[in-house]
Design a protein around this ligand. Structure first.
Ligand code: FAD
Ligand code: NAP
Length: 319
């Protein structure tokens, strides 16, 4: 049987934005409910070292940081629910959201903190070998490539961190980037360039992932990559046992399509300098509304802003 819960402030998502919004909303006596979604703790739970979240002199671990944030949210009074929102009706207040198993959440104000999910290249072979040598998470799957050769696609912070992480396990890592310059932080680039196990292929794109396809004789899995140089058009092939796709993220906004204003890339449009969306009473924080900074600290900061604005909204609009 489905349950109906009402709260003044509903927070969807449990990454740094959601947890911070929950901490502030709970401390403002709004008795918030935070719905965790399929990735409790968000993106930081699939990384290892975090060394740019202020307050920690030594390197900390992403999953640990998120455990702490969630515990802090609980300790100040947030009700945390393991559910995933599959439907949202934002046409009138209270807003009505529906969970995976049919549970209903109604709220006077909503903070959307659904973050972003890894993007794929869209190659057919990427799908064929998904889970059979193709991955988007080195910390989840890197262990399977101990002593093997792997490649990473991308040139941002994620790609460089994935390459460095994999270099601790694999015998060789090839980073393949479509330009001749990385967009990752300089400190990470220095580590990458100095790593003896990492080779970089510049100006190169992946055309096809090759290997033994499922359903054929033998063990299915990736064995190589067909590449081309975008400047010379030279074609090449390298042998690898696995490939990690790290080409950025897309915002998790499908359930809000048609209900609030979204940008072309699907990011939620917020008002300049504050987290209000096109629907009064609906706020958005973190990566779901940010295609520029996308950091844990900026997600946390906008989560804080959203909760403070919800407090004012409730005071002005709810009896
Ligand atoms: P996310 O962390 O993406 O969390 C989204 C949350 O929404 C999840 O809990 C998910 O379950 C939930 N959700 C989604 N859809 C639904 C739904 N329908 N119903 C309910 N819940 C839902 N940043 C740094 O500052 N430092 C780093 O060192 C760093 N390392 C990174 C390493 C990797 C590999 C990656 C991928 C990112 C890294 N980042 C780092 C970026 C950082 O993780 C993100 O900027 C940050 O997590 C964004 O927080 P968020 O709360 O907006 O969203
Ligand atoms: P990103 O910064 O958007 O970088 C994506 C990379 O993939 C870019 O190098 C891009 O190439 C490449 N790319 C995109 N589409 C491609 C395609 N179709 N084919 C080939 N290459 C493609 O994404 P990200 O690295 O996932 O980082 C996302 C956010 O999280 C960033 O804000 C980042 O700072 C943050 N983050 C932070 C940390 C950290 O602080 N330590 C760690 C991880 C992530 P171009 O360069 O040519 O565009």
């Amino acid at each position: 049987m489905s349950t109906t819960r009402h709260t003044k402030a509903l927070i969807v998502g449990s990454g740094p934005a959601g947890c911070t919004a929950a901490i502030y909303a709970a401390r403002a006596n709004l008795s918030p409910i935070m719905v965790r979604g399929l990735q409790p703790g968000g993106q930081l739970t699939i990384t290892t070292d975090v060394e740019n979240y202020p307050g920690f002199a030594e390197v900390i671990q992403g999953p640990w940081l998120m455990e702490q944030m969630e515990e802090q949210a609980t300790n100040v009074g947030t009700v945390i629910i393991s559910d995933t929102i599959v439907k949202a009706d934002l046409s009138k207040r209270p807003f009505t959201l529906t969970g995976d198993d049919g549970d209903i959440y109604t709220c006077d104000a909503l903070i959307i903190c659904t973050g972003a999910t890894a993007r794929w290249l869209g190659l057919e072979s990427e799908q064929t070998f998904h889970g059979l040598g193709v991955s988007a998470c080195a910390t989840c799957d890197g262990f399977f490539y101990r002593g093997k050769d792997v490649a990473v696609i991308g040139g941002g912070n994620t790609a460089v961190e994935e390459a460095l992480y994999l270099a601790n396990l694999a015998s060789k890592v090839t980073l393949i980037h479509r330009r001749s310059e990385l967009r990752s932080e300089k400190i990470l680039q220095t580590r990458l360039f100095n790593h003896p196990k990492i080779e970089i292929l510049w100006d190169t794109v992946l055309n096809e992932i090759t290997g033994n396809k499922p359903g054929c004789d033998g063990i299915p899995g990736v064995s190589g990559l067909s590449l081309s140089n975008v400047k010379t058009n030279a074609q090449s092939h390298i042998n690898v046992d696995g490939v990690f796709i790290a080409i950025g993220h897309s915002p998790n906004t499908d359930i809000f399509k048609g209900q609030i204003e979204l940008e072309e890339g699907g990011y939620i449009v917020t008002k300049p300098g504050n987290p209000a969306t096109s629907v009064p009473g609906v706020f958005a924080a973190g990566d779901v509304q940010d295609h520029v900074y996308q950091q844990a600290v900026t997600a946390a900061a906008t989560g804080c802003m959203a909760a403070l604005d919800v407090e004012r909204f409730i005071a002005d609009h709810v009896e």
